[in-house]
Design a protein around this ligand. Structure first.
Ligand code: F6P
Length: 198
């Protein structure tokens, strides 16, 4: 995966910790925890301290990303294309529950995380296709942008920007409470990671 875009920073971040992260469940639309809200405040200071702040801020339509962007007090766009991978019938379950109640599904995902599609949900391949038009939009932007989204979504966007192979994309570590700055160069990007809440 590779794209060619103007050299300005693209900041990528997951939302702050949500109550779903605390419970270890996939999917859902749960609010931030107190720690997650602390990250939202730190992120606002980090972004407001940048000499050239973002021209656009994009979130998903899920409340945890909207709450994460709120303390910046800037105009934001909530886009459905940035919503987390759809876990279908597994939405709201922990990985342990999936392994216990649907062992075949769990084993298939483990064997091929890139292509495995949750029943009535999505695969990483589906998410890559879903984000394709968004990447074109990102290419058109000339100013810095900030994207506040989710684990699978940031993995795929990071994969496009860094030129990571599709097979590796579902395994890229994208920790919470970390801003990833990507500055496009001839091939791939210069990448910096800043942890704002430990
Ligand atoms: O656990 C948080 C989360 O964003 C889930 O909502 C989502 O299903 C998951 O991460 C994606 O990560 P993985 O593909 O590794 O399960």
């Amino acid at each position: 995966m590779n794209i060619h875009i103007a050299p300005r920073t693209i900041w990528l971040t997951r939302h702050g910790e949500s109550t779903a992260n605390m419970a270890g469940v996939v999917g859902t639309d749960m609010p931030l925890t107190a720690r997650g809200a602390q990250y939202a405040k730190q992120l606002a200071s980090f972004i407001n301290d940048q000499p050239q702040g973002p021209g656009s801020i994009w979130t998903s339509t899920l409340q945890r990303t909207i709450q994460t962007a709120a303390p910046m007090n800037r105009a934001t766009n909530a886009l459905k294309v940035l919503d987390e991978i759809d876990a279908g019938i597994c939405d709201g379950m922990t990985y342990e529950q999936i392994a216990e109640q649907m062992p075949a599904e769990f084993a298939q995902r483990k064997a091929d995380k890139l292509r495995y599609r949750y029943p009535r949900g999505e695969s990483y391949v589906d998410v890559i296709a879903r984000l394709d038009p968004f990447i074109l939009e990102l290419e058109r932007q000339r100013e810095p942008v900030l994207i506040v989204a989710h684990n699978a979504i940031i993995r795929v966007l990071h994969g496009y920007l860094s030129g990571t192979s599709r097979e590796d994309v579902p395994h890229t570590p994208i920790p919470l409470h970390t801003v990833i700055g990507m500055v496009p160069k001839a091939y791939g990007c210069d990448e910096t990671r800043t942890v704002l809440v430990k």
